[in-house]
Ligand binder design. Structure first.
Ligand SMILES: Cc1ncc(COP(=O)(O)O)c(C=O)c1O
Length: 378
């Protein structure tokens, strides 16, 4: 069976846009429909069901990110919610610096702007150098004794630039800074190991590379947040919440580790079930398979574009699942976009770049059609 047949993408749909919206596996859709139907029979849902799906999801996800303690995972509805919990639990002073990469996704920017306004801390955006220096090395140069937080992606969402998080972790440790990662554009497709990188938090919205529904995000919170304040107080997160007969014996104690940060109504049966099914498939494939397939397609696209004016970053490495083509200087972008659309080619134009996202469902026909259209724009 081909990978593509596991998805519902028509043969003439050339979808290089997983970084915008990941498609859902057909099997996950079936799980979601069955769970939607289950509420027609509410008498089949027992109190323990409010917890078992979430616990299973946490432990499956823990395997994907090489984490021993599944209780360090909190469910959130979005990356912005995850980062709100993180940002409000860091004490800033006016001389502190918050380091972000230039043009990173706003869910990992606005929370820091709010903290900066409140405390007088300064935000520094580190731009991608055009001098031949790598972006990682520019970030390492910019971390200093005033740096309190480095919050960034494993890859940049707009052009796929990959960052050496191990080196950045080492430098953060030298100055006592937090390292907070938005893994929305990498986790699920690129290996990520909590054990190896040791970030203080990792936020991953599930609807792209985790192949989940829109509306669920998984947040790893490290030990520095164990005693923090959550942005809401869900009854599900307190000790003994499984005992529905005793819920008004109000309980001060939280469940351990990151459980205090879990969003209200986290049992969210349909979203949790769909994501569980997707994560099981991702674990079975393994991220290496997604990377090696992506590399094959990337090499085919690059060699097919030899002699055209499309180019790509030769300085910064990228993942094979997400990278970008620099558009020719004189390209008529409006005409280019309508040509893509007429040929059912889906990719995102971000500034001067066309972002190419590849997954296991992409095949030779997708690449041939992409090259056929791109080759017209020499
Ligand atoms: C890097 C990154 N983080 C997060 C998100 C989504 O954020 P949220 O879950 O807050 O809508 C996106 C969406 O494109 C993204 O590219």
């Amino acid at each position: 069976m081909s990978y593509r047949s596991l998805f519902n993408l028509p043969a003439d749909c050339h979808y290089f846009n997983n970084a915008y919206m990941g498609p859902q596996l057909k099997a996950s859709t079936e799980v979601g429909i069955a769970l939607l139907r289950e509420k027609e029979r509410p008498y089949t849902i027992s109190p323990i069901d409010f917890f078992t799906g979430v616990e299973q999801l946490k432990s499956t996800y823990a395997q994907l990110i090489e984490l021993d303690e599944a209780d360090r995972i909190a469910l959130a509805p979005s990356a912005s919610y995850g980062f709100a919990n993180i940002a409000q639990n860091i004490d800033f002073e006016s001389e502190d610096e918050i380091l972000l990469t230039a043009e990173q996704f706003p869910s990992n920017v606005y929370c820091w702007q709010k903290q900066a306004r409140k405390t007088g801390a300064t935000i520094t955006f580190v731009a991608k150098p055009n001098s031949g220096q790598t972006w990682t090395s520019a970030i390492l140069d910019r971390i200093n004794d005033r740096t309190k937080v480095v919050s960034m992606g494993q890859v940049h969402w707009a052009d796929g630039s990959w960052f050496d998080l191990k080196a950045i972790r080492t430098r953060c440790d030298e100055v006592g800074a937090y390292l907070l990662i938005d893994g929305t554009q990498s986790v699920g497709a690129l290996p990520f190991s909590i054990k190896a990188i040791q970030p203080d938090a990792l936020v991953v919205s599930s609807y792209k590379w985790l192949l989940g529904t829109y509306g669920l995000c998984l947040t790893y919170m490290g030990p520095k947040f164990d005693q923090g304040q959550a942005i809401e107080e869900s009854w599900l997160n307190r000790h003994n919440s499984e005992d529905f007969t005793g819920l008004v014996n109000y309980e001060d104690r939280y469940k351990p580790m990151a459980n205090r940060y879990i969003m209200g109504q986290s049992s969210s049966f349909i979203y949790v079930g769909v994501l569980q099914s997707a994560l099981e498939q991702l674990l079975q494939w393994g991220t290496e398979k997604i990377q090696s397939h992506g590399k094959q397609l990337k090499d085919q696209i690059k060699s097919g574009l030899a002699g055209t004016e499309f180019s790509w970053d030769e300085v910064n490495p990228t993942g094979n699942h997400l990278w970008a083509l620099k558009l020719p200087e004189k390209l008529d972008v409006a005409a280019f976009k309508s040509d893509l659309s007429a040929n059912n080619i889906y990719l995102s134009i971000r500034g001067k770049y066309a972002r190419i996202a590849c997954h296991l469902y992409n095949d030779d026909q997708d690449v041939d059609k992409l090259l056929e259209v791109l080759s017209k724009y020499k």
